[in-house]
Design a protein around this ligand. Structure first.
Ligand SMILES: NC(=O)C1=CN([C@@H]2O[C@H](COP(=O)(O)OP(=O)(O)OC[C@H]3O[C@@H](n4cnc5c(N)ncnc54)[C@H](OP(=O)(O)O)[C@@H]3O)[C@@H](O)[C@H]2O)C=CC1
Ligand SMILES: O=C(O)[C@@H]1CCC=N1
Length: 275
């Protein structure tokens, strides 16, 4: 274990809000082995939801008593609930603690005003593939917060990108935060196409998911090869692929994806109160 994972492993990680993103992170973090289940606490307005998750991952449902190490609070409630949740825990935050907000649209300045002085603050935007350790998370510290253990936590569940300007969170949210939903829709539509052309649903699903995973793995394997080159290698002159690519262009495929990222980013910006 290196120093960064050491520091994380010695921490208590508290998930406030164990919904879709909070539970994916909690499960991914424990499965990564970087934090032991016994050091993880699951809290939710719905106690049964927190208990079920805690049971699944060997975590706790109450803060660890007498714990003197650093504590990382992951605030995983809806953006509209973040202020009231932070206020309700404010008296329990200590100077060794770091609060991590994963809420879309909420700026560090807004969050800082909710916290008692001396408490660390980090903004993060993960995505749900964290559940299977294939997430990607943007992180940024407020002030001079030590990002080492937070980086280690999110690296346990995938790739981490450290942002330098907070305005980049809007674009990152539109691309990777919301992005899994675009790809799930693409997988569903590809499978639908296969079913339309006579495949069984299960065979079509397998073909769609492995095609997307395989193409992504190729792009990941060699960053020096542009994805356009990989696309060209599939398209034979006068063949099936170029015929399909022409159809995608005619139907605004690229434009649809660009606009998806842009509109989600603009929504993230609007949620921050900036237009
Ligand atoms: N879903 C995603 O892919 C991503 C989400 N995010 C961010 O993560 C956050 C959560 O989103 P998501 O997981 O989708 O939402 P969910 O509604 O699935 O989860 C939020 C959870 O918080 C619980 N909750 C509400 N109030 C409190 C409270 N006072 N104390 C403790 N728990 C509470 C909710 O309980 P109940 O349902 O009973 O109200 C629910 O279980 C949002 O801020 C979102 O912007 C970030 C990246 C990706
Ligand atoms: O849809 C949302 O607002 C959240 C943030 C990114 C993904 N889900």
């Amino acid at each position: 274990m290196d120093k960064s994972t050491d520091k994380l492993g010695a921490s208590q990680v508290i998930f406030v809000g164990c919904g879709r993103m909070g539970s994916a992170l909690a499960e991914g973090v424990v499965n990564s082995g970087r934090v032991k289940g016994e050091r993880v606490v699951c809290l939710d307005a719905d106690a049964a939801k927190a208990s079920a998750l805690a049971k699944k991952i060997g975590a706790q449902t109450q803060l660890l008593e007498g714990f003197e190490g650093a504590r990382i609070w992951i605030i995983g409630v809806k953006p509209n609930d973040v202020a009231s949740v932070i206020r309700s825990y404010a008296s329990q935050f200590e100077s060794n603690d770091t609060v991590v907000s994963i809420a879309a649209g909420l700026r560090l300045g807004y969050l800082r005003n909710l916290l008692p002085p001396g408490v660390g603050l980090v903004r993060a935007m993960p995505n749900t593939p964290a559940l299977v350790q294939r997430g990607v998370t943007g992180i940024m510290a407020d002030d001079k917060e030590d990002l080492t253990p937070i980086r280690a936590l999110f690296e346990g569940v995938g790739h981490v990108v450290e942002l330098k300007a907070e305005s980049e969170f809007d674009a990152l949210t539109g691309l990777s935060g919301s992005g899994p939903a675009y790809i799930f829709t693409a997988i569903e539509a590809l499978a639908d196409g296969g079913v339309l052309m006579g495949l069984s649903r299960e065979v079509a699903r397998q073909l769609a998911v492995h095609t997307v995973a395989g193409a992504a793995a190729m792009v990941e394997a060699d960053p020096s090869v542009h994805s356009a080159e990989l696309k060209d290698r599939v398209a034979s002159p006068g063949g099936t692929t170029i015929t399909a690519l022409a159809s995608l262009e005619a139907n605004g495929f690229r434009h649809a994806l660009i606009e998806a990222v842009r509109s989600a980013a603009l929504q993230s910006r609007a949620m921050s109160g900036e237009e």
